[in-house]
Design a protein around this ligand. Structure first.
Ligand code: NA7
Length: 536
């Protein structure tokens, strides 16, 4: 573990971990404030999620008008998105362009995975050690590692002898994997698995999909923007708008009450939102559908009918139409031709609950009923979401307390910004904030980064350390729980509740009170001189 020595003056004002959306903007803001800042990035380039998740079919489920930086005219309307829902490649190119436009690269250290961060009370700074053993000290640390960056890989008996390729979608190699004409298995049918399946079905020789849980989906309405008529937005206005809507998009939740709208009008509303081809039916519809069983069942059945209409085979219908959870209680993926992929002769869908993988041979997957020859196994099996990236680092706060130990028992934060006991550590895409799970990522990233930057500016003039008080954290956790427990999402096992990781502390990982309520709470704290935080 790092030791605090010769650190009377920290080497940097701030260390940022991660160079995706959050890290790039955080670096820009701190540099604009005149703070000596460096970024540690595990990858060899910028992009974060869009650097790592290069699997076939990866694209955003948020439209490009709101899935971009809106904070400066230097960036808004200077990049011409080619389509409504950009691909991984285009989003990665965009983030590279942002890094160049803002001249960020000189302050980013690539191929530097952070191993530990240890608070030195004596010097009021963090000692950061990277995997290479190099040590740095900084007054502030800002975690910008994204909510979904620690992959979960299943372990299979026989995998060490398997002669083909086993790959997690978020660890897809830069040089790509040749899939054309090969026998491929995909494990997992969340947002990622669905994108992979619909993309590779026609290309591979044989595709076997292992599904544990069928998901509700919405057909993505994607379309190109003509070169001559690129997407144009009013950045300042749109940025403000995204902070006034429930999910951080440019559409808001339906403000009429479910109970006060007659069934025909409810149906018309669902049809209208469905046909938007985005996530509006999920986070831009009646609030009750995520809170009351009856409303939820009505929307669930509406979506089931839409899915059934796409499937001609009763056995496939049985497997693909979700019945074990309600619409929107899991992340709702957008899809394009997903159901049609299963009508192909070269595609087989296996219910992984009835027919789990027993073991691998050097060339095949063996289940209770069959042996399936495979060349490539693609694990679209998700992430240790929201907490995993930070608990993967040995973070030691005051009195040597371990963040991994704390969150292992109880995932808590103060408004998602800090954790009591960990001075000068700020977190973006944090547990118990909307950014953790229920927000169009760039909306929440821009908000969190701005709040954190202003807070650091405030502290700098008043002391050397800021830390959330235990009382404020307890208040936020209680408010979070009250808000969360009113939803059906908190009652349904998924990665939102930590259920995909054995032994993970169970608490709804994202704050589901909506962006406006969250932004207002953060604003109140700031207006009151960072009430709830102590400065020393
Ligand atoms: P998700 O949403 O966590 O999906 C993972 C999928 O993998 C899900 O269908 C899981 O089934 C399945 N899974 C996980 N482990 C196994 C094993 N061992 N065997 C079979 N199936 C398994 O991750 P994604 O990457 O799809 O999406 C994450 C986010 O990225 C998404 O929300 C968007 O925000 C973008 P389960 O549902 O647990 O039964």
């Amino acid at each position: 573990m790092a030791e605090a020595q010769h650190l009377d003056t920290p080497q940097y004002d701030a260390v940022v971990i991660g160079a995706g959306f959050a890290g790039l903007y955080q670096l820009h803001c701190l540099r604009e404030m005149g703070l000596a800042t460096t970024v540690f990035e595990a990858g060899s380039n910028v992009g974060g999620t869009w650097y790592w998740n290069r699997y076939p079919g990866a694209r955003t489920d948020s439209p490009s008008n709101v899935y971009q930086f809106l904070f400066t005219d230097k960036l808004v309307n200077q990049w011409h998105w080619s389509e409504r829902f950009p691909s991984q490649a285009e989003t990665e190119r965009y983030l590279n362009w942002v890094a160049d436009q803002l001249d960020l690269r000189s302050d980013i250290q690539f191929n530097q995975r952070v191993d530990s961060a240890v608070w030195s009370a004596e010097n009021a700074c963090w000692i950061i050690t990277t995997e290479s053993g190099a040590q740095t000290s900084a007054r502030f640390v800002i975690s910008c590692m994204g909510p979904l960056s620690k992959p979960v890989l299943p372990s299979f008996k026989g995998s060490e002898a398997f002669e083909g390729i086993i790959v997690h979608t978020s660890q897809w190699p830069q040089q790509d994997i040749e899939l054309a004409g090969r026998r491929v298995a995909v494990i997992g049918t969340g947002a990622t698995g669905i994108q992979v399946v619909q993309t590779i079905a026609a290309e591979v020789q044989q595709l076997t999909v292992f599904q544990r849980t069928a998901n509700y989906t919405i057909p993505m309405k994607n379309y190109p923007y003509a070169e001559s008529e690129p997407l144009q937005v009013d950045g300042a206005q749109l940025l403000q708008r995204t902070r006034q809507t429930f999910g951080g998009f440019d559409f808001d939740i339906e403000h009429r009450l479910w109970a006060e709208v007659d069934p025909a009008e409810r149906r018309a509303t669902m049809e209208r939102l469905w046909s938007e081809g985005n996530l509006a039916l999920w986070v831009g519809s009646f609030a009750e559908q995520l809170m009351e069983a009856e409303a939820n069942e009505a929307v669930s059945e509406f979506v089931r009918q839409k899915i059934r209409a796409r499937i001609n085979d009763p056995e496939l219908e049985q497997k693909l139409v979700p019945t074990d959870h309600g619409f929107g209680t899991h992340r709702v993926p957008l899809e394009t031709g997903y159901y049609e992929a299963y009508a192909r002769d070269n595609v087989q869908l296996i219910d992984a609950n009835e027919e789990p993988i027993l073991h691998l041979t050097p060339t095949s997957i063996v289940t209770a009923h069959q042996e399936i020859p495979v060349d490539v196994i693609i694990c679209a099996t998700g992430f240790d979401a929201v907490t995993g990236a930070l608990t993967n680092i040995d973070v030691r706060g005051r009195d040597n307390r371990s963040l991994a130990d704390l969150w292992g028992k109880d995932v808590r934060t103060a408004m998602g910004m800090q954790v009591h006991g960990f001075p000068n550590l700020f977190i973006t895409s944090s547990p118990l904030s909307p950014a953790g799970a229920f927000c169009n990522a760039p909306t929440c990233v821009q908000h969190s980064v701005e709040w954190i930057s202003e807070c650091i500016g405030y502290v700098q003039n008043r002391g050397s350390a800021i830390e959330a008080t235990a009382e404020f954290e307890a208040q936020w956790v209680a408010h979070h729980d009250e808000t969360a427990n009113a939803t059906l999402i908190a009652k349904t096992p998924s990665w939102y509740t930590g259920a995909n990781i054995e032994g993970k502390s169970s608490r709804l990982i994202g704050y589901p009170g909506g962006i406006p309520a969250y932004v207002e709470a953060c604003e109140q704290v700031k207006q009151n001189g960072y009430a709830g935080f102590s400065i020393s």
